[in-house]
Design a protein around this ligand. Structure first.
Ligand code: ATP
Length: 207
C-alpha cells in the first residue's frame, strides 16, 4: 500500500455522507486506503458531548464492510488538542514509504491558515479537496494554493505538497442535523448505517 488517505473529523456521529463521499474520493484519487480519524479534542470547536471512544466505535461500524476504509484511534491516544500536523507526523512514521493524502472540504482548505503549523502540514501531504461539480472556485486563490494546485493524473507517486481538486457529488447530510433529529425523536435511519443507528440506541446517545 502506497497511497494513503486521511479523513479526520468529529464524527459525532458518522453518517452516510462521510462514507459515500470518501468512496468517490478513493476512486477519483486512486487511494489504496483511507484512515478515518476521529478527533479526541477538536482544536477548532467545542468538545463533543459524546466520548471519543463511542465516536470511534461508530466509525468502525460504518466502515467495516469496506476494506479500503479503516477506523484509526491515533488521536485518542494523545493528550491535548488533536492537531492534524501531529497526526500526519505520526502516520508518516507508522507508514514509511506511503504518500499521505489529506481529504478536506473546500471550506476547510480555505481556512487552513488558522491551523497549527499549517505550512508544514501542507508540505507533508497532498490535499485532496472535495468540490461540488461545476461550482466556481474563489476568483483569487491564495498564493500558496496557486503554487501547489495540480492535476491528480500529473502527480508522481511519492510527491507531496500538492493540492488536487476532486469533483464530488455532495450528500446533503450533517452530523448536526442527525443529532438534532435524534433529540427531537425524528427518524434518522436514512442518514445512518443501520449498525450505527443500533449503537446509538443501545448506548442512549444524543438524548
Ligand atoms: P457537524 O454537523 O457536527 O459539524 P459534520 O457532518 O460536518 O459535523 P464532521 O465530523 O465535522 O461532520 O466532518 C468530518 C469531515 O467530513 C469534514 O471534512 C467535513 O467537511 C466532511 N463532511 C461532513 N459532512 C459531509 C457530507 N455530507 N459530505 C461530504 N463531506 C462531509
Amino acid at each position: 500500500m502506497k497511497q494513503l488517505g486521511i479523513f479526520g473529523g468529529t464524527f459525532n456521529p458518522i453518517h452516510l455522507g462521510h462514507v459515500d463521499t470518501v468512496s468517490q474520493v478513493i476512486r477519483a484519487a486512486q487511494l489504496e486506503q483511507v484512515r478515518y480519524i476521529p478527533a479526541s479534542v477538536p482544536p477548532h470547536r467545542a468538545a463533543p458531548g459524546v466520548s471519543a471512544e463511542h465516536r470511534l466505535e461508530m466509525v468502525r461500524i460504518a466502515t467495516a464492510q469496506n476494506p479500503l476504509m479503516v477506523a484509526d484511534d491515533i488521536e485518542l491516544n494523545r493528550d491535548g488538542p488533536s492537531y492534524t500536523v501531529d497526526t500526519v507526523e505520526s502516520l508518516a512514521n507508522a507508514f514509511p514509504g506511503c504518500t499521505l493524502h489529506l481529504i478536506l472540504g473546500l471550506d476547510a482548505l480555505l481556512g487552513i491558515e488558522s491551523w497549527h503549523r499549517w505550512e508544514t502540514l501542507l508540505n507533508q501531504v497532498n490535499v485532496v479537496v472535495m468540490v461540488r461539480p461545476g461550482w466556481p472556485l474563489p476568483v483569487k486563490l491564495p498564493e500558496w494554493w496557486s503554487e501547489r494546485k495540480t492535476d491528480i493524473t500529473q502527480l508522481e507517486p511519492s510527491e507531496t505538497g500538492k493540492i488536487m481538486l476532486v469533483p464530488i457529488m455532495p450528500v446533503d447530510i450533517s452530523s448536526t442535523s442527525v443529532r438534532e433529529a435524534l433529540r427531537q425523536g425524528n427518524p434518522v435511519q436514512q442518514w445512518l448505517h443501520p449498525g450505527v443507528w443500533q449503537y446509538i440506541q443501545d448506548h442512549n446517545l444524543y438524548e
